[in-house]
Design a protein around this ligand. Structure first.
Ligand code: HEM
Length: 472
Protein backbone atom coordinates (compact mmCIF):
# COMPACT_ATOMS: atom_id res chain seq x y z
CA UNK A 1 0.00 0.00 0.00
CA UNK A 2 1.29 3.46 -0.90
CA UNK A 3 2.04 5.62 2.08
CA UNK A 4 0.52 9.13 2.25
CA UNK A 5 2.54 12.34 2.21
CA UNK A 6 2.89 14.20 5.55
CA UNK A 7 -0.22 16.19 6.60
CA UNK A 8 -0.28 19.95 6.07
CA UNK A 9 -0.23 22.31 9.06
CA UNK A 10 -3.24 24.63 9.39
CA UNK A 11 -3.08 28.26 8.30
CA UNK A 12 -1.68 27.98 4.73
CA UNK A 13 -2.62 31.05 2.67
CA UNK A 14 -3.53 30.77 -1.04
CA UNK A 15 -0.39 31.21 -3.13
CA UNK A 16 1.83 32.02 -0.15
CA UNK A 17 1.32 28.94 1.97
CA UNK A 18 3.08 29.47 5.32
CA UNK A 19 5.82 31.71 3.86
CA UNK A 20 4.94 34.82 5.87
CA UNK A 21 4.61 32.96 9.16
CA UNK A 22 7.82 31.03 8.46
CA UNK A 23 9.61 34.33 8.03
CA UNK A 24 8.17 36.05 11.10
CA UNK A 25 8.03 33.19 13.63
CA UNK A 26 9.01 29.79 12.32
CA UNK A 27 9.40 28.30 15.81
CA UNK A 28 5.69 28.80 16.60
CA UNK A 29 4.74 27.44 13.18
CA UNK A 30 6.75 24.26 13.71
CA UNK A 31 5.41 23.87 17.27
CA UNK A 32 1.86 24.17 15.97
CA UNK A 33 2.57 21.52 13.35
CA UNK A 34 3.91 19.21 16.05
CA UNK A 35 0.82 19.75 18.23
CA UNK A 36 -1.57 19.20 15.30
CA UNK A 37 0.06 16.20 13.63
CA UNK A 38 2.88 14.78 15.75
CA UNK A 39 6.47 14.31 14.64
CA UNK A 40 6.16 14.39 10.81
CA UNK A 41 4.14 17.06 9.02
CA UNK A 42 4.34 19.52 6.14
CA UNK A 43 4.34 23.25 5.54
CA UNK A 44 4.21 25.11 2.27
CA UNK A 45 6.58 27.94 1.36
CA UNK A 46 4.70 29.42 -1.60
CA UNK A 47 4.47 26.37 -3.92
CA UNK A 48 7.28 24.44 -2.28
CA UNK A 49 6.29 21.55 0.00
CA UNK A 50 8.53 21.13 3.04
CA UNK A 51 8.42 18.05 5.29
CA UNK A 52 9.38 18.78 8.89
CA UNK A 53 10.90 15.92 10.85
CA UNK A 54 10.92 16.14 14.63
CA UNK A 55 12.26 13.71 17.24
CA UNK A 56 15.29 11.38 17.27
CA UNK A 57 13.81 8.64 15.10
CA UNK A 58 12.93 10.98 12.26
CA UNK A 59 16.07 13.07 12.70
CA UNK A 60 18.04 9.85 12.28
CA UNK A 61 16.51 9.46 8.79
CA UNK A 62 17.40 13.08 7.96
CA UNK A 63 21.04 12.67 8.96
CA UNK A 64 21.67 9.07 7.90
CA UNK A 65 20.09 9.10 4.44
CA UNK A 66 22.63 9.36 1.63
CA UNK A 67 23.35 12.73 -0.02
CA UNK A 68 21.90 11.15 -3.14
CA UNK A 69 18.43 10.86 -1.57
CA UNK A 70 18.55 13.96 0.66
CA UNK A 71 20.76 16.52 -1.06
CA UNK A 72 22.71 19.09 0.97
CA UNK A 73 24.05 21.19 -1.95
CA UNK A 74 20.98 23.07 -3.19
CA UNK A 75 19.85 24.52 0.15
CA UNK A 76 23.33 26.06 0.50
CA UNK A 77 23.76 27.14 -3.15
CA UNK A 78 23.87 30.79 -2.12
CA UNK A 79 27.20 30.07 -0.33
CA UNK A 80 28.87 29.15 -3.65
CA UNK A 81 29.27 32.79 -4.66
CA UNK A 82 31.34 33.32 -1.52
CA UNK A 83 33.37 30.14 -1.25
CA UNK A 84 33.24 28.39 -4.63
CA UNK A 85 33.12 24.58 -4.80
CA UNK A 86 34.27 23.90 -1.30
CA UNK A 87 33.35 20.97 1.01
CA UNK A 88 29.72 19.94 0.56
CA UNK A 89 29.30 22.57 -2.17
CA UNK A 90 31.69 20.52 -4.33
CA UNK A 91 30.86 17.31 -6.25
CA UNK A 92 30.63 14.37 -3.82
CA UNK A 93 34.02 12.72 -4.55
CA UNK A 94 35.80 16.10 -4.34
CA UNK A 95 33.96 16.78 -1.05
CA UNK A 96 35.20 13.49 0.41
CA UNK A 97 38.81 14.42 -0.53
CA UNK A 98 38.51 17.88 0.99
CA UNK A 99 36.83 16.52 4.11
CA UNK A 100 39.87 14.32 4.79
CA UNK A 101 42.07 17.42 4.65
CA UNK A 102 39.80 19.33 7.05
CA UNK A 103 39.46 16.43 9.48
CA UNK A 104 43.25 16.27 9.70
CA UNK A 105 43.26 19.86 10.89
CA UNK A 106 41.15 18.85 13.89
CA UNK A 107 43.01 15.73 14.94
CA UNK A 108 44.14 15.42 18.55
CA UNK A 109 47.68 16.90 18.37
CA UNK A 110 46.34 19.84 16.42
CA UNK A 111 43.57 20.40 18.94
CA UNK A 112 46.14 20.51 21.76
CA UNK A 113 47.99 23.23 19.89
CA UNK A 114 44.74 25.15 19.18
CA UNK A 115 43.86 24.92 22.88
CA UNK A 116 47.12 26.69 23.77
CA UNK A 117 46.41 29.36 21.17
CA UNK A 118 42.86 29.81 22.48
CA UNK A 119 44.17 30.35 26.00
CA UNK A 120 46.74 32.89 24.87
CA UNK A 121 44.22 34.87 22.83
CA UNK A 122 41.49 34.81 25.50
CA UNK A 123 43.96 35.79 28.25
CA UNK A 124 45.23 38.67 26.14
CA UNK A 125 41.66 39.85 25.66
CA UNK A 126 40.88 39.67 29.41
CA UNK A 127 44.09 41.59 30.18
CA UNK A 128 43.02 44.28 27.71
CA UNK A 129 39.79 44.86 29.64
CA UNK A 130 41.54 46.52 32.58
CA UNK A 131 40.24 46.56 36.18
CA UNK A 132 36.62 47.39 35.62
CA UNK A 133 34.23 48.41 32.85
CA UNK A 134 31.17 47.64 30.77
CA UNK A 135 31.12 45.81 27.43
CA UNK A 136 28.56 44.67 24.89
CA UNK A 137 29.08 40.94 25.15
CA UNK A 138 27.66 39.68 21.82
CA UNK A 139 29.83 41.93 19.65
CA UNK A 140 32.82 41.33 21.90
CA UNK A 141 32.46 37.54 21.51
CA UNK A 142 32.36 37.89 17.70
CA UNK A 143 35.68 39.81 17.76
CA UNK A 144 37.25 37.40 20.26
CA UNK A 145 36.24 34.33 18.25
CA UNK A 146 37.61 35.99 15.09
CA UNK A 147 40.95 36.47 16.88
CA UNK A 148 40.99 32.81 17.89
CA UNK A 149 40.05 31.59 14.39
CA UNK A 150 42.61 33.90 12.76
CA UNK A 151 45.41 32.80 15.08
CA UNK A 152 44.58 29.09 14.80
CA UNK A 153 43.90 28.88 11.07
CA UNK A 154 46.10 31.56 9.55
CA UNK A 155 48.80 31.33 12.21
CA UNK A 156 49.93 34.04 14.59
CA UNK A 157 52.35 35.80 12.22
CA UNK A 158 49.94 36.02 9.32
CA UNK A 159 47.10 37.13 11.54
CA UNK A 160 49.28 39.83 13.10
CA UNK A 161 50.27 40.97 9.64
CA UNK A 162 46.85 41.10 8.01
CA UNK A 163 44.37 40.59 10.88
CA UNK A 164 42.18 43.69 10.90
CA UNK A 165 42.26 44.25 7.15
CA UNK A 166 41.35 40.60 6.66
CA UNK A 167 38.30 40.83 8.94
CA UNK A 168 37.15 44.09 7.32
CA UNK A 169 37.23 42.38 3.95
CA UNK A 170 35.52 39.39 5.52
CA UNK A 171 32.68 41.67 6.65
CA UNK A 172 32.19 42.79 3.01
CA UNK A 173 32.23 39.17 1.90
CA UNK A 174 29.60 38.17 4.51
CA UNK A 175 27.41 41.17 3.70
CA UNK A 176 27.01 39.65 0.23
CA UNK A 177 25.25 36.60 1.73
CA UNK A 178 21.79 36.40 0.19
CA UNK A 179 19.78 33.19 -0.11
CA UNK A 180 17.06 34.78 -2.26
CA UNK A 181 18.61 36.91 -5.03
CA UNK A 182 20.65 35.49 -7.94
CA UNK A 183 24.26 35.94 -6.75
CA UNK A 184 25.50 37.66 -9.93
CA UNK A 185 22.99 40.55 -10.05
CA UNK A 186 24.84 43.89 -10.56
CA UNK A 187 24.18 45.09 -7.00
CA UNK A 188 26.70 47.09 -4.93
CA UNK A 189 26.74 44.47 -2.14
CA UNK A 190 27.60 41.71 -4.63
CA UNK A 191 30.30 43.86 -6.23
CA UNK A 192 31.81 44.54 -2.79
CA UNK A 193 31.65 40.79 -2.06
CA UNK A 194 33.60 39.94 -5.23
CA UNK A 195 36.11 42.75 -4.69
CA UNK A 196 36.72 41.59 -1.11
CA UNK A 197 37.24 38.01 -2.27
CA UNK A 198 39.74 39.10 -4.94
CA UNK A 199 41.63 41.27 -2.43
CA UNK A 200 41.81 38.42 0.07
CA UNK A 201 43.28 36.20 -2.61
CA UNK A 202 45.84 38.91 -3.50
CA UNK A 203 46.82 39.26 0.16
CA UNK A 204 47.12 35.54 0.77
CA UNK A 205 48.91 34.55 -2.48
CA UNK A 206 52.43 35.74 -1.49
CA UNK A 207 51.93 34.28 1.98
CA UNK A 208 51.05 30.89 0.49
CA UNK A 209 54.10 31.13 -1.79
CA UNK A 210 56.30 31.86 1.22
CA UNK A 211 54.77 28.93 3.10
CA UNK A 212 55.44 26.61 0.16
CA UNK A 213 59.09 27.67 0.26
CA UNK A 214 59.36 26.84 4.01
CA UNK A 215 57.19 23.79 4.67
CA UNK A 216 58.60 23.16 8.19
CA UNK A 217 58.68 26.65 9.56
CA UNK A 218 55.10 27.00 10.86
CA UNK A 219 52.57 24.86 12.68
CA UNK A 220 49.05 25.93 11.81
CA UNK A 221 46.13 25.02 9.62
CA UNK A 222 47.36 27.16 6.71
CA UNK A 223 50.68 25.32 6.69
CA UNK A 224 48.89 21.94 6.77
CA UNK A 225 46.88 22.94 3.74
CA UNK A 226 49.92 24.23 1.89
CA UNK A 227 51.88 21.01 2.61
CA UNK A 228 49.00 18.76 1.66
CA UNK A 229 49.19 16.79 -1.61
CA UNK A 230 46.43 15.07 -3.57
CA UNK A 231 46.76 11.32 -3.97
CA UNK A 232 48.43 11.88 -7.39
CA UNK A 233 51.04 14.20 -5.83
CA UNK A 234 49.59 17.52 -6.97
CA UNK A 235 49.67 20.54 -4.66
CA UNK A 236 46.37 21.93 -3.35
CA UNK A 237 45.44 24.93 -5.52
CA UNK A 238 45.83 28.45 -4.09
CA UNK A 239 42.20 29.43 -4.53
CA UNK A 240 41.03 26.21 -2.89
CA UNK A 241 43.28 26.93 0.12
CA UNK A 242 41.75 30.39 0.39
CA UNK A 243 38.19 29.05 -0.06
CA UNK A 244 38.70 26.39 2.61
CA UNK A 245 40.07 28.96 5.04
CA UNK A 246 37.17 31.32 4.40
CA UNK A 247 34.61 28.51 4.53
CA UNK A 248 35.85 27.32 7.91
CA UNK A 249 35.88 30.86 9.29
CA UNK A 250 32.30 31.25 8.10
CA UNK A 251 31.10 27.91 9.54
CA UNK A 252 32.88 28.51 12.80
CA UNK A 253 32.92 32.07 13.98
CA UNK A 254 29.38 33.45 14.27
CA UNK A 255 28.06 30.11 15.47
CA UNK A 256 30.66 29.84 18.21
CA UNK A 257 30.39 33.50 19.19
CA UNK A 258 26.61 33.19 19.63
CA UNK A 259 26.76 30.12 21.86
CA UNK A 260 29.75 31.47 23.82
CA UNK A 261 27.78 34.65 24.60
CA UNK A 262 24.71 32.62 25.62
CA UNK A 263 26.85 30.41 27.88
CA UNK A 264 27.97 33.46 29.83
CA UNK A 265 24.52 35.07 29.84
CA UNK A 266 22.70 31.95 31.02
CA UNK A 267 25.24 31.36 33.80
CA UNK A 268 24.72 34.93 34.98
CA UNK A 269 20.95 34.39 34.88
CA UNK A 270 21.30 31.23 36.99
CA UNK A 271 23.47 32.13 39.98
CA UNK A 272 22.99 28.79 41.77
CA UNK A 273 24.52 26.86 38.90
CA UNK A 274 27.14 29.58 38.41
CA UNK A 275 28.30 28.89 41.99
CA UNK A 276 28.95 25.24 41.04
CA UNK A 277 30.95 26.44 38.04
CA UNK A 278 32.96 28.91 40.11
CA UNK A 279 33.73 26.22 42.64
CA UNK A 280 34.88 23.92 39.88
CA UNK A 281 37.13 26.62 38.42
CA UNK A 282 38.77 27.29 41.80
CA UNK A 283 39.30 23.59 42.40
CA UNK A 284 40.47 22.52 38.93
CA UNK A 285 42.07 25.58 37.44
CA UNK A 286 43.00 28.04 40.17
CA UNK A 287 44.40 31.35 38.99
CA UNK A 288 47.85 30.90 37.44
CA UNK A 289 47.43 27.18 36.64
CA UNK A 290 47.64 26.36 32.93
CA UNK A 291 44.42 25.15 31.39
CA UNK A 292 46.02 21.98 30.04
CA UNK A 293 44.20 18.96 28.61
CA UNK A 294 44.00 17.20 31.98
CA UNK A 295 42.36 20.21 33.59
CA UNK A 296 40.07 20.86 30.62
CA UNK A 297 38.75 17.30 30.98
CA UNK A 298 37.79 17.99 34.61
CA UNK A 299 35.70 21.06 33.85
CA UNK A 300 32.50 19.01 33.76
CA UNK A 301 30.14 21.71 35.00
CA UNK A 302 31.33 24.14 32.35
CA UNK A 303 30.97 21.42 29.72
CA UNK A 304 27.37 20.82 30.82
CA UNK A 305 26.63 24.57 30.75
CA UNK A 306 28.00 24.70 27.19
CA UNK A 307 25.81 21.71 26.23
CA UNK A 308 22.71 23.25 27.81
CA UNK A 309 23.22 26.27 25.56
CA UNK A 310 23.52 23.98 22.52
CA UNK A 311 20.10 22.61 23.55
CA UNK A 312 18.32 25.82 24.53
CA UNK A 313 19.98 28.41 22.30
CA UNK A 314 21.41 26.56 19.27
CA UNK A 315 23.16 28.96 16.87
CA UNK A 316 21.97 26.78 14.01
CA UNK A 317 18.30 26.05 14.62
CA UNK A 318 17.18 24.77 11.22
CA UNK A 319 18.73 22.49 8.60
CA UNK A 320 17.37 21.78 5.11
CA UNK A 321 17.85 19.13 2.43
CA UNK A 322 16.34 18.69 -1.03
CA UNK A 323 14.50 15.40 -1.53
CA UNK A 324 16.08 13.83 -4.64
CA UNK A 325 14.44 10.39 -4.30
CA UNK A 326 11.24 9.40 -2.45
CA UNK A 327 12.11 8.87 1.21
CA UNK A 328 9.98 6.96 3.74
CA UNK A 329 9.69 8.38 7.22
CA UNK A 330 7.47 6.46 9.64
CA UNK A 331 3.96 6.25 8.22
CA UNK A 332 4.67 8.72 5.42
CA UNK A 333 6.57 9.11 2.20
CA UNK A 334 8.30 12.38 1.30
CA UNK A 335 8.21 12.63 -2.49
CA UNK A 336 11.07 13.69 -4.74
CA UNK A 337 10.93 17.46 -5.27
CA UNK A 338 10.02 18.30 -1.66
CA UNK A 339 12.36 19.84 0.90
CA UNK A 340 13.06 18.13 4.23
CA UNK A 341 13.85 20.09 7.37
CA UNK A 342 14.83 19.51 11.00
CA UNK A 343 14.28 22.21 13.61
CA UNK A 344 16.64 22.08 16.58
CA UNK A 345 14.83 24.74 18.60
CA UNK A 346 11.64 22.63 18.71
CA UNK A 347 13.31 19.20 18.76
CA UNK A 348 15.43 20.09 21.80
CA UNK A 349 12.34 20.98 23.79
CA UNK A 350 10.46 17.70 23.54
CA UNK A 351 9.22 16.77 27.02
CA UNK A 352 9.72 13.01 26.56
CA UNK A 353 13.43 13.48 25.88
CA UNK A 354 14.50 16.13 28.35
CA UNK A 355 13.04 16.52 31.84
CA UNK A 356 11.25 19.90 32.19
CA UNK A 357 12.87 21.07 28.93
CA UNK A 358 11.92 24.71 29.52
CA UNK A 359 14.25 24.85 32.55
CA UNK A 360 17.95 25.72 32.42
CA UNK A 361 19.37 22.62 34.07
CA UNK A 362 22.90 21.67 32.96
CA UNK A 363 22.94 18.91 35.61
CA UNK A 364 20.71 16.94 33.22
CA UNK A 365 23.95 15.88 31.46
CA UNK A 366 25.69 14.66 34.63
CA UNK A 367 26.33 10.93 35.06
CA UNK A 368 23.25 9.33 36.55
CA UNK A 369 20.95 11.46 34.39
CA UNK A 370 22.78 11.84 31.06
CA UNK A 371 19.55 12.78 29.28
CA UNK A 372 21.34 13.49 26.01
CA UNK A 373 22.78 9.96 25.85
CA UNK A 374 19.41 8.15 25.49
CA UNK A 375 19.57 8.66 21.72
CA UNK A 376 22.44 10.11 19.70
CA UNK A 377 19.97 12.05 17.56
CA UNK A 378 18.22 13.83 20.45
CA UNK A 379 20.71 16.72 20.80
CA UNK A 380 21.55 17.92 17.30
CA UNK A 381 23.00 21.41 17.70
CA UNK A 382 26.04 20.25 15.69
CA UNK A 383 23.98 18.19 13.23
CA UNK A 384 24.64 14.45 12.74
CA UNK A 385 25.73 11.75 10.29
CA UNK A 386 28.12 12.48 7.40
CA UNK A 387 27.77 16.24 7.67
CA UNK A 388 28.08 16.47 11.45
CA UNK A 389 30.04 19.57 12.35
CA UNK A 390 33.77 19.05 11.81
CA UNK A 391 34.57 21.88 14.24
CA UNK A 392 32.44 20.63 17.16
CA UNK A 393 35.33 19.84 19.52
CA UNK A 394 37.12 23.01 18.49
CA UNK A 395 34.02 25.09 19.28
CA UNK A 396 33.26 23.31 22.57
CA UNK A 397 36.87 23.71 23.72
CA UNK A 398 36.85 27.35 22.79
CA UNK A 399 33.64 28.03 24.73
CA UNK A 400 35.08 26.16 27.72
CA UNK A 401 38.30 28.19 27.66
CA UNK A 402 36.41 31.49 27.39
CA UNK A 403 34.02 30.60 30.24
CA UNK A 404 36.74 29.25 32.54
CA UNK A 405 39.14 32.17 32.17
CA UNK A 406 36.42 34.80 32.32
CA UNK A 407 34.83 33.54 35.53
CA UNK A 408 38.23 32.72 36.99
CA UNK A 409 39.37 36.33 36.82
CA UNK A 410 36.32 38.58 36.69
CA UNK A 411 33.21 39.26 38.77
CA UNK A 412 30.47 39.91 36.25
CA UNK A 413 27.02 41.41 36.41
CA UNK A 414 24.38 41.18 33.67
CA UNK A 415 23.07 44.66 32.83
CA UNK A 416 20.70 43.65 30.00
CA UNK A 417 18.24 41.50 31.89
CA UNK A 418 16.46 39.69 29.09
CA UNK A 419 18.57 39.30 25.96
CA UNK A 420 16.51 38.00 23.04
CA UNK A 421 17.35 35.49 20.30
CA UNK A 422 18.35 37.42 17.18
CA UNK A 423 18.24 35.42 13.95
CA UNK A 424 20.93 36.19 11.38
CA UNK A 425 21.55 34.60 8.01
CA UNK A 426 24.61 32.76 9.24
CA UNK A 427 23.55 31.95 12.80
CA UNK A 428 21.35 33.01 15.71
CA UNK A 429 22.86 34.96 18.56
CA UNK A 430 21.82 37.06 21.57
CA UNK A 431 20.64 40.60 20.92
CA UNK A 432 22.94 43.36 22.24
CA UNK A 433 23.78 42.43 25.83
CA UNK A 434 25.69 44.65 28.22
CA UNK A 435 27.68 43.31 31.15
CA UNK A 436 29.65 45.09 33.90
CA UNK A 437 32.84 43.42 35.10
CA UNK A 438 35.40 43.95 37.81
CA UNK A 439 38.73 42.16 37.97
CA UNK A 440 38.93 40.02 41.12
CA UNK A 441 41.49 41.32 43.61
CA UNK A 442 44.75 39.35 43.85
CA UNK A 443 43.74 38.26 47.35
CA UNK A 444 40.39 36.97 46.13
CA UNK A 445 42.05 35.15 43.23
CA UNK A 446 44.42 33.25 45.50
CA UNK A 447 42.44 32.90 48.74
CA UNK A 448 39.50 31.27 47.04
CA UNK A 449 41.35 28.02 46.29
CA UNK A 450 41.19 26.65 49.86
CA UNK A 451 37.50 27.49 50.21
CA UNK A 452 36.70 25.62 47.01
CA UNK A 453 38.67 22.53 47.95
CA UNK A 454 36.82 22.51 51.28
CA UNK A 455 33.39 22.48 49.57
CA UNK A 456 33.47 20.46 46.34
CA UNK A 457 29.75 20.82 45.66
CA UNK A 458 28.45 19.81 42.25
CA UNK A 459 25.44 18.39 40.45
CA UNK A 460 23.74 15.97 42.87
CA UNK A 461 23.54 13.08 40.40
CA UNK A 462 27.19 13.47 39.46
CA UNK A 463 28.19 13.13 43.10
CA UNK A 464 26.02 10.07 43.67
CA UNK A 465 27.45 8.45 40.53
CA UNK A 466 31.01 9.33 41.61
CA UNK A 467 30.43 7.89 45.11
CA UNK A 468 28.94 4.70 43.65
CA UNK A 469 31.92 4.36 41.29
CA UNK A 470 34.39 4.77 44.16
CA UNK A 471 32.57 2.10 46.22
CA UNK A 472 32.62 -0.46 43.38
C1 HEM B 1 28.92 26.50 18.30
C2 HEM B 1 29.53 26.46 17.13
C3 HEM B 1 29.06 25.66 15.94
C4 HEM B 1 27.82 25.18 15.63
C5 HEM B 1 26.53 25.35 16.44
C6 HEM B 1 27.93 24.46 14.38
C7 HEM B 1 26.87 23.80 13.77
C8 HEM B 1 27.00 23.03 12.64
C9 HEM B 1 25.93 22.24 12.05
C10 HEM B 1 24.51 22.14 12.58
C11 HEM B 1 26.43 21.61 10.97
C12 HEM B 1 25.68 20.65 10.04
C13 HEM B 1 25.14 21.34 8.81
C14 HEM B 1 24.18 20.45 8.01
O1 HEM B 1 24.06 19.26 8.28
O2 HEM B 1 23.53 20.99 7.10
C15 HEM B 1 27.82 22.01 10.84
C16 HEM B 1 28.67 21.60 9.83
C17 HEM B 1 29.96 22.04 9.71
N1 HEM B 1 30.67 22.83 10.58
FE1 HEM B 1 29.98 23.60 12.32
N2 HEM B 1 29.23 24.54 13.95
C18 HEM B 1 29.95 25.25 14.88
C19 HEM B 1 31.31 25.52 14.84
C20 HEM B 1 32.15 25.16 13.83
C21 HEM B 1 33.56 25.46 13.77
C22 HEM B 1 34.35 26.18 14.86
C23 HEM B 1 34.01 24.99 12.58
C24 HEM B 1 35.40 25.02 12.00
C25 HEM B 1 36.29 25.86 12.31
C26 HEM B 1 32.90 24.36 11.90
C27 HEM B 1 32.97 23.75 10.67
C28 HEM B 1 31.94 23.03 10.09
C29 HEM B 1 32.07 22.34 8.82
C30 HEM B 1 33.31 22.30 7.94
C31 HEM B 1 30.82 21.72 8.58
C32 HEM B 1 30.45 20.88 7.36
C33 HEM B 1 30.71 19.42 7.65
C34 HEM B 1 30.50 18.57 6.43
O3 HEM B 1 29.49 18.68 5.73
O4 HEM B 1 31.39 17.76 6.16
N3 HEM B 1 31.79 24.49 12.68
N4 HEM B 1 28.15 22.85 11.88
Amino acid sequence: MNKPTPPLVSGALPGLGHALEFRSDRTSLVRRGFEEHGSVFAIKLANQNVAILIGPENQRVFFMETDKALGIQKPYTFLRAMFGEVLFLAPHDVYLDQRTVVLEAFRREKMLHYQDVMQEVVQKWIDSLGQTGEIELTGEMVRLVQEVAGNCFLGHEVHQQIGREFWDLYADLSAGLDPLLPPNLPLPKFRRRDRAKAQMLTILQPIIAERRAHPDRYDDFLQDLVNKRYRDGREVEEDLIVNLLLGLMFAGHETTAGQAAWTIIMLLQNPEYLRLVQNEIRRVVPYGAPLDTGRMAQLDHIGWAVREVERMRPSVDLLMRTVEEDVEVGDYVIPKGWLAQVAQDVAHNLPGLFEAPENYDPCRYAPGRAEDKADRFSLIGFGGGTHKCTGMNFANNEMTVITALLFQQLDIELLTEHPQIERGLGASRPSQTWIRYRRKSDEALHAAVDAAVASPAGCPHAQTAATAASLN
